[in-house]
Write a new protein. Structure first.
Length: 579
């Protein structure tokens, strides 16, 4: 590489060292990038741009304080450095400090109103703060500034699902528009779809072992990993050979565990779509599974290239991708009942026992109630704040009023601090709820952290909650599973699309559909009625965990068989086609 040749001649060339660090960062080698950028700064200590990039690299290594300090130094050296302000805001956002993050984004945009990355990051920060209308408006502006950025447009599609009373037909049309636009931009994608035999596996034996690839940036302590682990662990290796394409720099104990379950592991962070396309084709993947949909860091632009003959979207998203090259979407009869008008570009395959399988953490504290056994009832939730729309807050306030003056609400989120926290307190106070009944938390006592929980530090907080309240229209799939595992029943409102029926699927799998409401009035009534039996709920928490453990939801062998059967069905149809 030319930069290395320059350094052989001039070892103290700051520019070559800096640029080599950028290459290492782009290739997913953050340790090397940090070392090279540090060397560049030792040679040229006043380079604001280098400090700014170093902040991003250190953040990817989990060195949050050092990352923020590097960006602050860049701003100190160059107060007008928009990129450094944007990077600092992004670092603070991941730490949950939304007040300061939003402040840095807004000051950056005063200097450059059309800085697309900052506009998109501001939209995400508004979303995290629960300001969903502002988030959608800002995300649309970001998409306008980044017309060829598939991810910028994905942000808009994702955020639309948080709105109260969103129009499913309108949202579907936006997904269609996105898919058509991306396919047109790639140009050759449709040609590849018409002639898959040119580059796809030619062995059409319907009974052979399938080569199945999973693409995700979330093979770490993330909800996607919690649900994909039981599948990888329980699959029949004689039927399926698994390839995991890990598209993230961060790695942890869960990453290592998943690595051990996969037959082949590819670390693909930093690879361009074209390179990853070639890697997947070289691996001769039969079925490629997208685990992101329109969530952050997705690779739908890769799937538009059709690197595998069969492509499936599953688990990570709550809706269609809108992508013509995506063939199937895996779901079940509760989340997507047969006979409804389809708002999917994919063909639906319904798994008979439920679309997901929950893997409880290897270690978890007892589900027994940790509060006063004779104390007032405590409702609770731990949702992303974007799910706390006005309708949800209205219903929760109504529940608190109906349950009596002693009823409390415990909310936890690491972003529930500062002005964000005060705004949500005002929302409840304006609905007649005294602040003394609101227990809003953003931190967890470090002395209570169980190393075995690895990213699920919040689980013991459920021991202080009698009844978990689900959100709507976006239901809390992971949160519901965690609450139930910790012994707290979950009251949910069934929606009219997949996004609002994920918890319905969970409750169906554990035979507790009695907790599902069809109307907001019934949702309130069920929660209030449960609150009148707090002592019985507290005594039955271990029994709830036991019934969940024995249910279809936690039966990984059952799920792996049904998943493999669905893939085999897809493969058989493909083998029989175009012969």
């Amino acid at each position: 590489m030319i930069y290395r040749r320059v350094l052989e001649i001039d070892p103290r060339n700051a520019d070559a060292t800096h640029l080599l660090g950028l290459v290492a960062h782009a290739c997913g080698r953050p340790d090397a990038a940090a070392e090279l950028l540090g060397r560049s700064l030792a040679i040229r200590p006043h380079a604001a741009s280098v400090y700014s990039v170093l902040g991003v690299v250190l953040q990817s290594l989990g060195r949050h304080d050092d990352a923020a300090a590097a960006c602050r130094q860049a701003i100190k050296l160059d107060p007008d450095h928009v990129g450094a302000r944007n990077n600092l805001g992004a670092i603070l956002r991941t730490q949950g400090d939304l007040d300061e993050a939003i402040g840095w984004f807004e000051t950056a945009l005063k200097r450059d109103p059309n800085h697309a990355d900052t506009v998109n990051n501001l939209a995400l920060a508004y979303k995290d703060a629960g300001l969903i209308d502002e988030a959608i408006r800002t995300a649309r502006r970001g998409a306008e500034l980044s017309p060829i950025s598939a991810r910028a447009h994905s942000n808009v599609l994702l955020m639309l699902h948080y709105q109260s009373g969103y129009d499913p037909d309108a949202v579907f049309r936006e997904h269609l528009d996105w898919g058509t636009r991306l396919t047109d931009e790639l140009g050759t994608a449709t040609d590849r779809q018409r002639a898959p035999q040119a580059s796809h596996p030619s062995n059409r034996d319907p009974n052979r072992q399938l080569r199945v690839g999973f693409v995700s940036p979330d093979f770490w302590a993330h909800p996607v990993a919690y649900f994909i682990e039981p599948l990888l662990a329980a699959r029949d290796p004689t039927q399926i050979k698994t390839f995991c394409y890990a598209d993230a720099v961060k790695a942890d104990a869960i990453t290592q565990r998943l690595h051990g379950f996969a037959d082949e592991w590819r670390s693909v962070a930093g690879l361009a779509d074209k390179q990853l396309d070639q890697t997947i084709r070289a691996d001769q993947i039969d079925i490629l599974v997208d685990l992101s949909g329109h969530t952050g860091q997705n690779r739908l632009s890769l799937f538009a290239r059709k690197p595998a003959p069969i492509q499936v979207t599953y688990l990570g998203y709550c809706d269609t991708t809108g992508l013509p090259a995506m063939d199937y979407l895996l779901t079940d009869e509760i989340a997507d009942p047969p006979g409804e008008a389809s708002r999917y570009t994919e063909k639906l395959i319904r798994l008979p026992g439920g679309f997901s399988c929950f893997a409880p953490p290897p270690a978890a504290s007892s589900p027994d109630f940790a509060g006063d056994p004779d104390g007032p009832v405590t409702f609770g939730a731990m949702p992303v704040l974007a799910k706390l729309n006005h309708d949800v807050i209205d219903s929760w306030a109504r529940i608190l009023r109906a349950a009596g003056p002693g009823a409390r609400l415990l909310l936890y989120r690491n972003t529930l601090r500062g002005q964000v926290r005060q705004r949500f307190i005002r929302e409840f106070v304006s609905r007649g709820i005294d602040t003394g009944r609101l227990d809003f938390r953003c931190d967890i006592d470090p002395s209570t952290l169980d190393p075995a929980l690895a990213g699920r530090w919040h689980l013991p907080l459920y021991r202080q909650i009698d009844i978990a309240l689900d959100t709507f229209p976006w239901s809390g799939h992971t949160s519901a599973c965690e609450a139930l595992w910790m012994g707290a029943p979950v009251v949910s409102l069934r929606g009219n699309t997949h996004v609002g029926r994920m918890v319905a699927s969970v409750l169906n799998q554990i035979d507790r559909y009695d907790l599902m409401a069809e109307t907001r009035e019934e949702y309130t009534d069920k929660a209030v009625e449960l609150s009148r039996h707090a002592s019985e709920l507290r005594a039955g928490r271990s029994a709830l965990r036991d019934s969940m453990r024995q249910s279809r939801l936690c039966d990984s062998n059952r799920f792996a068989r049904e998943f493999a059967s669905a893939l085999r069905r897809m493969w058989g149809d493909w083998c029989a086609s175009e012969k």
